[in-house]
Write a protein that binds this ligand. Sequence first.
Ligand code: FES
Length: 76
Amino acid sequence: MYVCICRAVTEKHIETAVQGGARRLRDLRQQLGVTEECGRCAQCAKQCLDGAVEQACASACSSVADPAYPQLLIAA
Ligand code: FES
C-alpha cells in the first residue's frame, strides 16, 4: 500500500527503513522524503512507522528471550 503518494513510498519502504535504523518520522523524511510535499501522509506514515518499530522490537526481544541467551552471554 502506498503511504506517500507524492514520493511513491510504500509500507515496505518504511519497514526497510526501520530495519536500517529509522525510528522517527524525521528519519523517514530524511531517508524517503515522506511529508516533504503536501504533508497529507504524515499521520499514516507515523502509524506505519510505529507498527514497523514495534515489529522490529518484538523480533529483537524474542531473540533475547532465547533460553540459551544467558549462556551465550557467559560464553562471550
Ligand atoms: S502524500 Fe506524502 S507528501 Fe504528499
